[in-house]
Structures are given as C-alpha cells and as structure tokens.
Design a protein. Sequence first.
Length: 435
Amino acid sequence: MSVQRMLAILFIFCCSTFAWFVLGTSVVVRTGESDNALKAEVISLWGGPHVQLAPEAWIVEIQQRTETVQETGPAGESTLRQVTRPVSKQHRVALDSSRIEVVLELEHRQKGLLWYDLYGVDFSGRYVLQTPEGIEGQLHVKFDFPAHESIYDGFTFRVDGQEGAASDLQSGAEVVVEIVGAGQEIPVEISYRSRGLDRWTYAFQQEGVTQVRDFELRLMANASGVDFPPGTLSPTVKEPDVDGVALTWQFDNMVTGKTIGVDLPNRLNPGPLTSRVTFFAPISLLFFLTVMVILGIVQGSNLHPMHYFFLSAAFFAFHLLLAYLVDHLNIHAAFILATIVSMVLVISYLRVVGGTHFAWAQAGLAQLIYLVLFNYAFFFQGFTGLAVTVGAIITLFVMMQLTASVDWDLVFSSPGRGEREAVKSRADVQNAAAS
C-alpha cells in the first residue's frame, strides 16, 4: 500500500463526505419546507395545540359613592352639593374546588416526510366558586377555548344551573348570574369534545403565580409513552391503563406559576431520521474503507483506488435512494429496499474483482455491519451513540489483532512488495509462536 494510494483513497472519502453533506442538507430543507406548508394545513383541518385555561370569575359590586360637587348658580354664585353616584367595583372570585377529567385519543397521520401527533380530547370539568364574605353583586364567569382553530362538539357551560353560550372562538363563553350572596358556593360545569395537535396543556391562569385549592385532574391517554414538557408539573400518580396510561394531578393547597401538560409520543419521522443517517454516513464509510484496506494489507492484495471509488458510490446510492423513497414508502420498507440495492451493487462488483468468497464473506459482511446495522441503529432513539461506540471498539479490537504482527515499514515501502513482505513476516511470526 503506497502513500499515493492512501492519499487517493482519502480524496475519495472527502468527496463522498461532501456529497453526503449536500444530500443531508437537501433532506433538511425538504423536511422544513414540508413542515411549514403542511402543519398549517393540518391545524386548519384538525386543530392546533390545546392550552386550556381554568375558568375566570369575578363579582361586579355596585356601590353608592357620595361626592361633593361645586355648582355655579344663575347669578354666578358658587354652591356645594352632595351627589350620590353608583360605582362598580370588581372582586376576583377564586376557584374553591376543581375536578377535571380528560381523555386523549392519539392518532398519528403522515404528511410528506413527517408524522403528526393528532388527538381527540374529551374534556369535563366541575368547579366550585366561593364568593367572598361581605360582597354581593353580579357574578361573571368566563371560559376561554383552548385553541382558536378547533371545533367543540357537545359544548356545555353551566354556572349555578344557568347555561352559557359561545359568542365566538376568540372570546370564549361567558355566563352572568345577576345576584349572588356573600359566602355562597356556586357550581360550574364545563364539557366538550374537540381535536388537537402535539401537546395538551392545562393552565391555572393566563400568566403569573396563583393559588390552587382542592385540585384534581385525571387524564387518560391511549398511549404509554406520554412525556411532560419542560416547565410543567409532574403527575402525583401514574398508573398503566388498559389502552395506555392514567395520570392524576392532585393538590390540596398549592401556589404555582407552572402548568400541567402532556406531550404525546411521536412516531418515527422519516425526514429527520433520513437526515441524521445521511450526515453520519461518512463514519460508516470510514469504518468500511478501514476494514477493506486492512484486509488488503493482511492478505497482500489491496484494491485499487478506483475500486474504492465505486464502493463509495454504492454506499452513497443507499442514502440517495432512501432519501427519496421515504416520500412514497414506509420508512422500514424504504430502508430494506435501499439496503438490497446497495448490497447488490457492492457484492456483484467485488465478485468480479476478487472472487465470490471475498465478495460475500469479507466485503458483504463488512457492508452488512457498517452500512446496514450502523444505520439501523438510528431507529432506536437514545441508543445510537452507544451502538456506534460499541461497533467502533469491536472494529478496533479486530483490526489490532489482525495487524499486530504486520511490519508497517515494509507495507509502505513500495507498491505490491510491501504487502507481500508484510504477510510473509506475519506468517513467520505465527509459525514461530506455534513452534
């Protein structure tokens, strides 16, 4: 193996790396453009992420305020007169008790290179308002819809038995109870069925810190891999359910500025997966080329740089085909088809170059490990780095054992002669060790 050949192989590897970078960038751009165009369409057809606010209540108290006003008479004299005017004052009414039940039905749908986490939500809330002592007046209870671009079937909003109607999706719904007494308990009932996207969130108020009393929210989802977004409260109870998971948030008296939220499990997205596989492709090719070069040195029959060029092109064909198959096929089917095509290219080519045994037992096995298994590790999120590390260590161990007795001075001395002398030297050492 001459230095010139090594430089030629390095040049081929660098060119392949650049080609993969271009391909990976194109996949990222296609995925981003697809998401920008299709997500708005999905939200318009299905609904957006839900952020459900707790109902807001306040009492409008009418007070009589007496003021002294100065008036000017016909003759220009000034007189003082007492005037009494009604003045309204608002008093916030806190929720004394909350009992909420939520059922989420997850449904994945694919659009382009992405899967979207759609869900149906069945919401039911029963609240109790405790009016302040010493205050009487008109009670206002307002309910905000969790998403503007959604539909709400079976919508019910009752305050003390009085029905409320939705004016529009921007302002929500409001119920006004004319006269309520001081220290009175007012029941509030809210329920609806709707559809949303990605996350479901329950907020105690619009912003800031608030006090929450006697609160319980039970959420059931038909998926077990439910996650909790950053900044949200973890459930106090998490139990497996028949179809998924049952979560409970229960608090007696809490002061918080956080929300309750769940992020439904994502399905493996073809676009991001393909881009990651493509950007990491140079590592798999580097492993493969290293193994092929070492095998050539050990066996004394190294391949020509043009052979490595075609092998690199066959590796690139895998990612190129995968990048455009995922638009039309399931990601697993696209991966299998791209694997078959790439391995057929490599094995059929090397069968002519070095024989059937070399093509199948050596090059084919190396391709199976460093192309197929290496890339398939990306299907298991969180384990990709570990799989690549273990593969690299095993490869290093095998290569060290194969080349431990190789005389590298002879290998790089001259083309052809170095490989033969190195193999002969290795064989002599092994024979000496055996005797």
